[in-house]
Design a protein around this ligand. Sequence first.
Ligand code: MG
Length: 443
Amino acid sequence: MLHKITSLTVRDVRFPTSLEQHGSDAMHTDPDYSVAYVVLDTDCGLKGFGLTFTVGKGTEIVVCAVEAVAGLVVGKSLQEIVSDFRGFYRLLTSDGQMRWLGPEKGVIHLAIAAVLNAVWDLWARAEGKPLWKLLVDMDPKQIVSCIDFRYITDALTEEEAVEILVKAQEGKQRREEHMLKEGYPAYTTSCAWLGYSDQLLKQLCTDALKSGWTKFKVKVGADLEDDKRRCRLMRQMIGPDNTLMIDANQRWDVAEAISWVSSLAEFKPLWVEEPTSPDDILGHAAISKALAPLGIGVATGEQCHNRVMFKQFLQASALQFVQIDSCRLGSVNENLAVLLMAHKFQVPVCPHAGGVGLCELVQHLILFDYICVSGSLGNRMCEYVDHLHEHFTSPVVIHDAHYMPPKDPGYSCEMLESSVQSHQYPEGDVWTRPAAGTEKKSK
Ligand SMILES: [Mg+2]
C-alpha cells in the first residue's frame, strides 16, 4: 500500500487553563494551553496525527502557516517521503519563498513541526509500532538519513553521527528491556506554578511525595522575596536529598540573573532554567560560568529555535542541560540532530514537556536517546506536568515517577475527537457557552 496523503486538516484547539493559573510563570502569567492540531488522511484509510503547542492567542496564525505548507505534503505518499526524509525536511524548511518567514524559526517552524509530527505518527502507525520503537529498530544509517546536517557539520558530521549510533548498539537490547520494566525517570513541575498559593503548593507537594516523586521544579523570577519563601517552603517539604530545580522563563538580564540566582543558592537548585533571553548564547555562557562555583547549572531549550542555536549553545558551554522540545524544533528529524550533538558534547538531555501533548510526544524521543544514543541516565530526567492528558487517545503512563514506554502504534498525539470539537476555538462549547462568571482570556 502506498499510503498516499490525500488531505491535511488543521484546527485551533484551546484549553482555558488560565482560569486556574495552571502553567503560570514569570513571563506567561495567564496561558491558555493550545495546539494547532493536524490530521493527515491517506488513500488507505490510515491517518497521521500531529500538533504544535502554543499558549493561546495567535494559534490562528500557526494554523494559517500550516495551511500555507499543506500543498507540499498533500499528494505525496508516505514511502516517497520516508525514502528521502532529509530531502522532504528540506523541502518544507527551505521553500524558496516561505523560508523568508523563518528560516527554521518562529511561526513557520512551529507549523512545520506540527506537520512533520503528523508524518512521523503516520509512519509509526504504518509500521504498527510506537514511534520510539520505530526509531530504536532503525539502523544507524537510516536514522542519520532523516537529519539535515546543513549548518552543523562544524560540530557534528554525518560520519560522526553514524559512529555514535553504531557504538551505542552495544547494550541496546538490555537498555530497551530496562525501559520496558522501569520506565524513564521524570520530574514534576505541577506543584509550583507561579500563580499557585503556598497552601496549594504544600498540598500538591505532599501528594507528589506520596506518589513517589523525588525531583521538583519551582517557577521563580517575579519577586525575589517571594522566590525565597517559595523555595524555602519547597525545600522544607521535599527534604535535603530530593532534587530541586528553578525556572525563570527568560525573566532577567544577565547580571540580574547571576545575582538573583546566587541569592537562591542556599536552596541548592540543580539548575536554573531559561534565566535570560532564549537567544542570548553568550549571556547564558556568562551565567553558566558565574554559577558553576555554586554548583548550579543552566538549562535551556524550550524556546531554542533550531539545531543551529543548540550547536552554538553547546560550542560556547552556555548550558549544562539540553532541553529539547518536540514542537519547537522541526519534529523528530531536527531533534535527532540535537540529541546526537548533545552526546558529542557530553551534555545531558532533559526534555521540556507539559503544555498539551508535549509529554505524550517527547517521551518517545528521550527513550530513543537512552536506548540508542546516550546509554546513560546520569543527571537525566524528563519533565512531567499533570494536565490535560485525558484528552488523548493514548495518554502517558506514569508509574512511580517514571514514564512507561508507550505501546500503541504512533506518536501518541491523537486527541479524542470529542475533546477537539468541544475545545475548538472560537466555536467549541468550551468557548461559546456562558462561562459561569469566569472570563476566558484567549479572546
Ligand atoms: Mg521551562
